[in-house]
Design a protein around this ligand. Structure first.
Ligand code: FES
Length: 354
């Protein structure tokens, strides 16, 4: 069939089926997928049995009542379990009870509505014709006229300076919003905050979470201690932020098992070593110690660190050894830090100098 004949055939088909479709919705008849039609509608049990319909209605009403009770319970629980500033237990109780009540209320009303539409509302198939996206010719012409009139009356294209300053003002107006993003960062320079922890010379290593100091004699061969700096629990503010940087793992190995690089000979005490607990991948706590192999495992993405070789990475996505905390023992036999970490803890960040 020539192209001319094909066009004629399409045009003829369109005239036979109804009004000529606009260019936006015309379909070439020979490529159209045959319409399979709708399957015959099957009546539901609620369409046939009024008793079943009534039973479903009662069930849905019960669900709505459950939802009402859940909403009221959320208000009551909010009052019964108030949030007390500084008390994490109150925050946990409030969140748990109020959240559970709201979840119950939303779940019940959601299930009820879906059940109502499926079991009781009449189901029938509808065909909705897609209407043309293109406006009629008179509408299009009128729109063009309005646009031209508005342009002439406003002088938008004629008054060029006016137009350009308006465009510039519109472009510049979101900039204050960008500046306000600065408020999302800490007021202090974040780089020093990330580079230093609260460890300092002479600060005792204490048990997490009790804060009791640790004697070197308490650390037996093969044992591991979760450690926080002395005084962390007494901090009035920012306790969690400091702990997130300063948490340490303390282990004792046979001194002959440790492979120490020059410069670190004095950083351990009689086989006792301390390493940052913050994974150098993305900062999870590296809390699993395998005492037979002396490996530390990060549970987040399975990075493994070898304590016998200064916590170097032996497996996983971490790229850097865990920073070591230099330790010593004070005159009373307690373990103390010799200084802060000598490099930033945790994942690498933009200012890191390796
Ligand atoms: Fe430790 Fe990813 S955070 S392996």
């Amino acid at each position: 069939m020539t192209e001319q004949h094909e066009h004629a055939a399409i045009s003829d088909g369109a005239h036979q089926d109804g009004p000529t479709p606009s260019s936006g919705i015309a379909v070439i008849a020979k490529d159209a997928v045959p319409n399979p039609g709708f399957p015959p509608e099957r009546p539901r049990v609620t369409d046939l049995d009024p008793k079943a319909e009534k039973a479903q209605e009662r069930r849905i009403i019960a669900l709505f009542f459950v939802s009402i009770i859940g909403s009221i319970a959320a208000i009551v629980l909010y009052i019964v379990f108030p949030i007390i500033p500084g008390d994490m237990h109150s925050v946990r109780n409030n969140t748990m009870f109020v959240g559970a009540a709201i979840a119950l209320a939303l779940l019940a009303v959601g299930v009820g509505v879906v059940h109502w539409s499926k079991a009781l509302m009449h189901g029938h198939d509808l065909v909705e014709e897609r209407h043309e996206t293109r406006g009629s010719e008179p509408t299009r012409q009128r729109a063009a006229e309005i646009f031209t009139e508005a342009n002439e009356e406003s002088g938008f294209t004629r008054r060029r300076l006016l137009r350009n300053t308006l465009i510039t003002a519109a472009v510049v107006s979101p900039l204050p919003g960008v500046v306000l993003l600065r408020d999302l960062a800490p007021m202090a320079d974040p780089v020093p905050l990330l580079k230093h922890t609260m460890w300092e010379k002479g600060m005792r290593l204490t048990r997490d979470p009790s804060g009791t100091p640790i004697r070197a004699a308490d650390v037996t061969l093969g044992s591991a201690f979760h450690v926080i700096p002395e005084g962390l629990n007494e901090l009035p503010h920012g306790k969690l932020e400091e702990k997130a940087k300063a948490a340490v793992l303390l282990m004792r190995l046979k001194p002959e098992d440790l492979h120490i690089t020059p410069g670190r000979e004095t950083w351990s005490f009689d086989g006792i070593v301390a390493y940052s607990k913050i994974c150098t991948h993305v900062g999870c706590p590296v809390a699993l110690y395998e005492q037979q192999t002396h490996h530390l495992l990060c549970p987040c993405h399975q990075s493994q660190f070898d304590i016998t070789h200064e916590a170097r990475v032996i497996f996983g996505p971490a790229k850097r050894a865990l920073p070591q905390l230099p330790i010593a023992v004070d005159e009373e036999g307690y373990l103390v830090a010799q200084s802060d970490f000598t490099e930033p803890v945790g994942p690498s960040f933009w200012e890191r100098v390796l």
